[in-house]
Structures are given as C-alpha cells and as structure tokens.
Design a protein around this ligand. Structure first.
Ligand code: KG4
Ligand code: ZN
Length: 337
C-alpha cells in the first residue's frame, strides 16, 4: 500500500441511521454517491433501529456495487476505505463498520474511521475545498443541533447545543402530531410554501447562552392542537399549510436568533449550515440574507450532501488520509462520542 498520495481514491460507507450510502472520491472529486433509502420506517413514524440494521445488511452490497459501477473504478484503484464510526444507532453502525473492515483487511488497504458530525461539516468542502476560517456553522440534523466555531478542518469549538431535542427531531415529532409521514421535515417544508407563516404564533423556552431547547415548544403545539381540535372538527387538515408554515417559521427564527447572538461574540469570516435540516428552503434563505447583511461568506452544501450521505464521509476521510490518520482493524463502532 502507498498511503502517501496527494489525491487518493477513497471509497466511503455511511450507515449511521436509516440510509445506506456508498461514495467514491477520486482526484479530489466525488464520482459516485449512491444511497439506498429505507422506506419501511414510514410505517412506524420513526426509525426502528432493528429494522435499520437488517436493511443495511440487505442493501450494502448492492449500494457498494452501484457506486463502484457509477464511478467506473475497479477495486484495485482504491487507496483507502472509510466508514462512519459514529455517533448513530449502534446496530446500524456495526454493519458499515464490519463491511468496511472486511474490505480493508481482504485488500490490504488503509482504513479510515470518520465521525459523522465532522463529516456533516466536511460536506461544505466538497464544493468549496478552501473555505475562509474561522466560520460559524449551524449543524442541524435529526439527532444533533449545535453551533460550532470552525477554526480548521478538524478544529471545532461547540459554542451552543440543544438541551433536549434536535431541530430535525422537532420537525419530525411535530409532523407526527400533524399526521404527516416520517421524516416530516421535507413535507413541512413543502406545505409551508402554501401557507401563512403568521397564522399561528408560538413561544420558545429561554435557555442560557447560545443553547437551544425544543421540548417546551413541542408540548405547546401538542396542547394547542388538542384545544383547537376540541373546538373545530378536522382542525389539522383544514389548516395544514398554515400550521406547517407557522411551525417552520418559528423553528427557523429560533435557530437564526441563537446564531446571530453567537456571531456577536466571536469574530468570524463566514457562516455555514449543515445537516439534514440545512435542506430546509426557509432556513437556507434566512442564512443567505443574514450573510449578506453581515458581509460574511456563506457556505451551504448542495442538497444531496445535506441529509445523510457517504460523499461527506469520503470528504472527511480525504483530510484524514493527508494526515495518515488510519484506523487499526480492531476499531469498533461507537454510538456516542
Ligand atoms: O442529517 P440527517 O439526514 O440525519 C441525521 O444525521 O440525523 O437529518 C435528518 C433530519 C430529519 O429530521 C429530517 O426531517 C430533516 O433532517 N430534514 C428536513 C428537511 N430535509 C430533511 N427538515 C426540514 N426541512 C427539510 N427540507
Ligand atoms: Zn446525519
């Protein structure tokens, strides 16, 4: 093996939640990013860990072969294999971890372990490999909500964090109350475009510093819907667009308000949003306006790199390869970091 290439060919595997994804990065470019989505979880209104693991097991070979074919590369060309070590669902992570370790062992190639959250940030570098550091990054996914001060590729400080639910979780749980399918974030986004965002107003719990709390907001919506349903038949279905627009507007404004507070006390050159919720159209627009007003560089991943994908794992692995930061074959998946 020759772990000293400037532009290695990396095959990366992501299996932290309910998407099985395989990507190929070669000569600094993503040549394939193939994802098998697991629609079965829609039946249960959320991800069922056991089913996620079984479906990763079922999908991983086809997804891997699909990515290799799309990238038009042979296995001999691969310089390293990368995988998501965590955080995520342990059983789901184990499938990707074991699969990647087997490839690295059988082919005698280096193995690269990637932190899923660092990879969400690395999604920014796929189309912008030389960003202006430091920048403030809002990481908003189904499992995490953090404000990060990003000083270098792997040098972050957590400036703020959610004390309970993540922003994506808030979208999904409120969506469930509104009888929307899982994951509700993209559906709320679509319906919100047809509604009035000022139709209903909500409040959010005050939390110290730059942290977030969504649980009070969620409970408030639950009681609000109970009350309205008691007065008006079919309240939810009659008002679904206005409800989606008002909920989304509230979440976006709350995220924005904490980021504005955080950038006041940290000198930065840029702003970024990453993670599944960064696919939200209102959040993307709000950040564009904020960056223009504050004269900051704005970075948002292309839509396909916002939600879970292996391209971001490959991109993070690329920087680890440069540092020869390889994992031992005894490494294990880690649900929490
Ligand atoms: O990053 P991700 O794919 O998985 C985790 O690492 O959690 O994020 C998934 C989350 C889900 O909660 C989903 O509802 C949310 O991202 N999401 C959105 C949108 N697209 C995905 N939320 C709001 N608007 C969207 N357009
Ligand atoms: Zn994620």
């Amino acid at each position: 093996m020759h772990p000293n290439k400037q532009l290695p060919c990396i095959v990366a595997i992501e299996s932290s939640c309910d998407d099985t994804s395989v990507a190929v990065l070669k000569r600094g470019k993503i040549l394939a990013n193939v994802t098998a989505q697991q629609h079965i979880h829609k039946l249960y209104g959320g991800v069922v860990p056991e089913l996620a693991s079984r479906n990763h097991e079922k999908n991983i070979i086809n997804t891997f072969e699909g990515a290799m074919k799309q990238a038009k590369i042979t296995i001999d060309e691969v310089d390293a294999f990368a995988f998501t070590q965590g955080p995520g669902l342990l059983g789901a992570l184990l499938v990707g971890t074991s699969f990647t370790k087997s490839l690295a062992m059988a082919l005698n190639k280096p193995l690269i372990a990637v932190n899923h959250l660092q990879a969400h940030v690395a999604a920014l570098y796929i189309d912008n490999p030389k960003p202006s550091f430091p920048f403030m990054c809002l990481l908003v996914s189904g499992g995490h909500t953090q404000i990060l001060l990003v000083k270098d590729y792997f040098d972050f400080t957590v400036v703020g964090s959610t004390l309970d639910d993540a922003a994506g979780e808030a979208f999904d749980k409120i969506g469930k109350m509104l009888n929307l399918p899982y994951p509700a974030g993209p559906v709320i986004d679509k319906f919100a475009q047809l509604g009035n965002k000022n139709a209903f107003t909500f409040t959010t719990s005050k939390v110290p510093n730059f942290d977030f709390s969504f649980s009070g907001f969620k409970t408030q919506i639950l009681y609000f819907l109970k009350k309205e349903n008691a007065h008006t038949e079919d309240f939810i279905s009659k008002n679904i667009h206005d409800l989606c627009a008002s909920v989304q507007n509230h979440i976006v404004n709350y995220l924005l308000q904490q980021v504005i507070a955080a950038i006041k006390s940290h000198p930065i050159k840029g702003l970024a949003i990453v993670g599944g919720v960064s696919a939200n159209s209102e959040l993307r627009e709000a950040f564009k306006t904020l960056a223009t007003n504050k004269k900051l560089e704005l970075m948002i991943p292309a839509l396909e790199y916002c939600t879970d994908n292996a391209a971001m794992i490959a991109q993070a692995a690329f920087y680890k390869y440069q540092k020869l930061d390889f994992a031992d074959l005894s490494i294990t998946a880690q649900a929490r970091f």
